[in-house]
Ligand binder design. Structure first.
Ligand code: NAP
Length: 308
């Protein structure tokens, strides 16, 4: 089949491309960075270099495709996440309808239907193809964004460690923690992007008329259990994931200079996870858990952590 993968050599798209090429599909990978062309071709795929913000480029890239994996990269520089998601989703819908692609797999998330400010899935309502919305839990790879906090590095990391762990951290030098307005003993579905890639590959080649939703997870853990696994792998078995109030989280994001609207959306997402509703929805759908457990990822994480 002729398949188009957006998301370049990202967490999901690289393993997804590897799977699809192994299955002998003709794969085109979209990247905005010409420097990725050689690496994409080395996987046995073709590269289409351009931006998903450019509807004419997307239309040309989707021409003749049997199925498309459509993802919208999270942007931490866009001041209004909702506006940005709607803009890019509109481009996808226009390009996919123009090229009459019959099958589309859209990357969504397990809180998508619980977020008031933007439900990305609604933006794909006018798609003429059969669509599957992927609703994965929280990616293991998110831990990479917290290396500095785990190291207790930088003023923010040090101040927050002292604020939440008190003199104990100061006396023992056991710095570092994780935090969020979802945390502590909240139960979360964690997921490996490699397991998501397996699920997306299965969905892309399904020639169904029906539109569906697919939840994806690798392991269910409390946030503190996850912190202990990650902490143990990097020599900090005491690592904790502190639960903050929504207000404290919003303040923290503002201190970190995250644009206001974006910060509000991030807090809303975590508040939804803290409520336990995404977990209920996940279990109601009975998805099979993927193979990659957090202890497996923790080994990869430890290598990156020690290089930083
Ligand atoms: N993190 C989570 O816990 C979580 C949970 C649920 C859902 N999700 C969703 O999962 C998705 C992230 O997937 P991922 O981790 O595989 O992505 P990723 O690793 O962040 O990779 C995305 C890639 O997209 C490419 N890109 C960026 N801007 C582009 C543009 N304008 N045009 C074309 N390509 C562009 C970039 O590569 P180039 O530089 O090569 O262009 C980038 O590496 C998002 O949609 C997110 O909302 C995440």
């Amino acid at each position: 089949m002729k398949l188009v993968v957006t998301g370049s050599l990202g967490n999901i798209s690289q393993p997804l491309t590897e799977i699809l090429v192994t299955l002998e599909h003709e794969v085109t990978v979209i990247s905005s960075d010409v420097k990725k062309q050689t690496a994409i071709e080395a996987l046995g795929a073709s590269a289409a270099i351009g931006s998903i913000a450019d509807v004419d480029f997307l239309t040309a890239a989707f021409q003749g495709a049997d199925a498309v994996y459509a993802m919208i990269p999270l942007s931490f520089t866009e001041p209004d996440l909702g506006k940005y998601l709607r803009r890019i989703a509109k481009n996808y819908v226009q390009a996919l309808n123009t090229t009459k692609v019959k099958r589309v797999v859209v990357m969504s998330g397990w809180v998508a239907d619980l977020i008031k400010s933007e439900n990305l899935e609604n933006e794909f309502n006018s798609l003429e193809a059969s669509v599957t919305f992927m609703r994965p839990g929280s990616f293991y790879t998110n831990f990479y964004q917290h290396v500095d906090m785990i190291k207790g590095r930088g003023l923010m990391g040090k101040l927050l460690t002292l604020r939440y762990s008190g003199f104990w951290a100061l006396l023992t030098g056991k710095t570092g923690l994780l935090m969020g307005n979802c945390g502590g003993d909240d139960r979360i579905i964690f997921v490996s992007p490699k397991d998501i890639a397996v699920a997306v590959a299965e969905e892309l080649v399904l020639m169904t008329e029906q539109s569906t939703i697919r939840y994806v997870g690798s392991e269910e853990l409390t946030c503190n259990e996850a912190a202990r696994i990650i902490g143990t792998a990097v020599g900090k078995p005491w690592l904790k994931w502190v639960l903050l109030s929504d207000k404290a989280m919003l303040q923290g994001l503002k201190m970190a200079k995250v644009p206001e609207k974006l910060a509000e959306t991030l807090v809303e997402m975590q508040a939804a996870m803290h409520s336990g509703k995404p977990l209920e929805n996940f279990h109601r759908n009975h998805p099979k858990m993927g193979n990659v457990k957090l202890t497996n990822f923790a080994q990869e994480f430890a290598r990156v952590y020690h290089q930083n």
